[in-house]
Design a protein around this ligand. Sequence first.
Ligand code: ZN
Length: 201
Amino acid sequence: MSIRTFEEPGLAAALSTQDIYRELLLRIGEDPTREGLAETPERVEKAMAFLTQGYNMDVATVLNGALFEVDYDEMVMVKDVEFYSMCEHHMLPFFGKVHVAYVPNGRVIGLSKIPRLVEMFSRRLQVQERMTTQIADAIAEAIAPQGVGVIVEAQHLCMMMRGVEKQHSATVTSAMRGVFKTQTQTRNEFLSLVRRGGGDS
Ligand code: ZN
């Protein structure tokens, strides 16, 4: 059995990304030359590059030194961070909100960097559970806080469009580290802050 790699001529070398999308259109029964579709491979290539740009980002660059020493040990929370990702099983969107909280241990992260971290991990092919733990682990590694909690609420188009799930049910995942795991009071404070004025549900 031979293993194909992207370096191998015949796949990537012979076909441009746009050729691949043109071929895809053909195979689903479309006419890639008709007016509405003529520019589609080019647009899809650009859209996919944008939606997967998280692969080209890393935590150090995203945080870019925005870590500060502070004398503060109360919970820091960034709530309702919108995200759009794509599931790695169907390459269809899943999207929703991320809630992040941590209890510092002498260092904090610039607040605007939390949404950037979410962006970095969501703009890839993902599973919701892994995205949740990656965000928590990145914060834990960056500032070694007393604890960190991440909750992700999402709707998955691969389930909704195929009728696998009721239209408005959300999938909720969480990752709790440090005091968010060991102290019920801290975890409950986080959960009640997330629920407060949560909107839809
Ligand atoms: Zn899926």
